[in-house]
Ligand binder design. Structure first.
Ligand code: HEC
Ligand code: HEC
Length: 473
């Protein structure tokens, strides 16, 4: 990155070729010219304490918004997108995700991505948002350092201050997109040793490449994305069709019927790669091959097949096996739908009733009801450890994604490693304690958002760790 910055004069001109719309492109000096460098040190205006990250003096759009003279006022998602220069109704929806919050994502509660259209802006911002979580994930290109900075903005709603707290309807309905209060921002440096550690997937630890914009399914058929002719759009409509008006509810400012094809994301990744701003995708998932093998994607047209899924995909099985052995991150699910028909129907009925005002917001059932009950399928979707996992398998499946030899050794979590030969006695004892904490304890392992242990697999893992502890000198 340092060398990139040094070359920035040369590259700025070069980047111009890749930028379709950018004022001042003819003058490389002026290209990044409008980004004022703040003075050394952070001087907070009287009475306003700036977030820690402002001291790092990033020049991307997010830092500029949060580190300015006055605290930003952000009413909700649409307002936030607008303040970051993103156009209305410009974005994509995903019906299954291995990103943060993926355990809440399905066609009934899709993950929202907001991004610019087909041009590469020197102050690129991409937003990711999932209903159910009071937060927004952001990726913002810093035109000065040419680094892709990551931010997590958390907010509260009025219901947080009420005695009953927030209901399912407050969190999973349209209410979560408005009336934001108590904004808080952290960047990938602040988050590097938390369960939300962005660098774990996007890269960017000291000495490593990244952070990068991620897209696991880079090419057609974009199995898990909302796209032309996707059955996911129909699944979404089932739940979000307002019964009295016949209007399909928008989500994250996007109307699923008119949603764009993911080629705009593919294009953005291509522009960034050609501009030298990021390397090849680290987590590619070959969804075309998997789709052809299962029969879900018609091999002649590349479109969703009419006959539906039939077969196992050897390609997927190979990647999944590598995950089971702790060698690769888990792949996305092998089918495009992660929903079970009955669960989807139950949730859709409940959600439509809420939209129509027939049930209270507290009565909405959780969108997690859409997932199948079958524990093997739940494991393959990424929700839980496999039902028949023994102690070692449970350790690899539940802990390897965050505790492995590739970690920055200065992080406290590097003391625990799924390679137990590298773990000392007291850390091993702490692991045993932390696995047994109550599910809502912030220190519980695995953390709440990660793949969960089931009751039997937790017992098997504990037994295994106790044996290891007893065997250690
Ligand atoms: C467990 C891995 C994982 C972690 C941890 C993670 N992400 Fe991501 N993120 C992904 C994946 C995979 C995608 C692309 C597909 C998707 O969104 O489902 C993504 C997408 C995004 C996007 C949309 C742009 C893009 O890269 O496709 C943003 C913005 C984003 N993440 C921000 C963050 C931030 C901020 C953090 C930390 C607070 C974070 N992510 C942590 C895996 C992760
Ligand atoms: C989503 C990421 C994630 C997963 C999955 C995860 N951990 Fe952690 N773990 C962390 C983070 C972040 C820390 C450091 C912050 C803290 O101590 O809470 C940590 C800390 C720990 C520590 C304390 C290390 C020390 O010496 O301070 C132990 C022990 C631990 N984890 C065990 C486990 C075990 C066992 C599993 C699997 C059953 C697991 N973790 C799964 C993220 C994770």
């Amino acid at each position: 990155l340092v060398s990139l910055a040094r070359q920035s004069e040369v590259r700025a001109g070069w980047l111009c070729l890749a930028l379709l719309v950018l004022a001042g492109c003819s003058d490389p000096g002026g290209l990044w010219g409008d980004t004022a460098q703040p003075d050394a040190g952070v001087t907070a205006p009287l009475g306003r304490s700036l977030p820690v990250l402002c001291g790092r003096q990033a020049a991307d759009r997010v830092a500029r918004l949060f580190c300015g003279e006055t605290a930003p006022e952000i009413a909700g998602l649409e307002d936030f997108a607008a303040q970051l220069g993103l156009r209305p109704d410009d974005g994509l929806l995903i019906g299954h995700s291995t990103a943060l919050g993926g355990h809440l994502v399905s066609a009934a509660n899709p993950r929202v991505l907001r991004m610019p259209g087909f041009e590469l802006d020197a102050s690129l911002v991409v937003i990711a948002f999932t209903r159910g979580q009071q937060r927004v994930e952001l990726l913002a290109l810093d035109p000065t350092t040419e680094r892709m900075n990551l931010y997590l903005v958390e907010f509260e709603q009025r219901c947080n201050g009420e005695a009953e707290g927030c209901s399912a309807g407050d969190l999973f309905g349209p209410a979560i997109e408005e009336g934001w209060l108590e904004l808080r921002i952290r960047d990938d440096e602040d988050l590097k040793n938390t369960p939300s550690d962005c660098r774990r997937c996007h890269g960017g630890s000291a000495g490593m490449p990244g952070p990068v914009l991620l897209m696991r399914e880079l090419e057609v058929p974009w199995m898990h994305w909302f796209r032309e002719r996707s059955p996911l759009i129909e699944d979404y409509r089932q739940a979000h069709l307002e019964p009295h008006t016949g209007v399909v509810e928008a989500i994250g400012g996007l109307s699923p019927g008119g949603v764009h094809n993911p080629d705009r994301m593919e294009n953005l990744v291509g522009l960034l790669e050609r501009a030298g701003l990021q390397g090849p995708q680290p987590l590619l998932f070959p969804s075309a091959v998997v789709g052809f093998e299962t029969g879900e994607i018609d091999s002649a047209t590349g479109l969703p097949s009419e006959s539906g899924p039939a077969h196992v995909s050897p390609t997927w099985a190979g990647i999944y096996d590598a995950f089971r052995q702790g060698q690769l991150p888990a792949p996305p699910f092998r089918h495009e739908r992660v929903t079970h028909v009955d669960g989807l129907k139950r949730f859709a009925e409940s959600y439509r009733a809420m939209l129509a005002g027939e049930i209270a917001t507290e009565a909405l059932i959780s969108p997690r009801e859409v997932f199948p009950d079958d524990p093997q399928l739940r494991a393959e979707i990424g929700l839980e450890v496999e039902p028949d996992a023994g102690g070692v398998e449970a350790l690899l499946q539940a802990c390897a994604s965050c505790h492995n030899a590739r970690l920055d050794p200065t992080l406290s979590r590097a003391r625990f490693d799924v390679d137990l030969a590298r773990v000392d006695r007291s850390t091993l004892a702490r692991a045993i304690e932390r696995i047994q904490l109550p599910a809502d304890d912030p220190a519980v392992m695995p953390p709440r958002e990660a793949r969960q242990l089931t009751a039997p697999t937790r017992l098997r893992l504990l037994e295994f760790l106790e044996q290891q502890l007893a065997a250690q000198p």
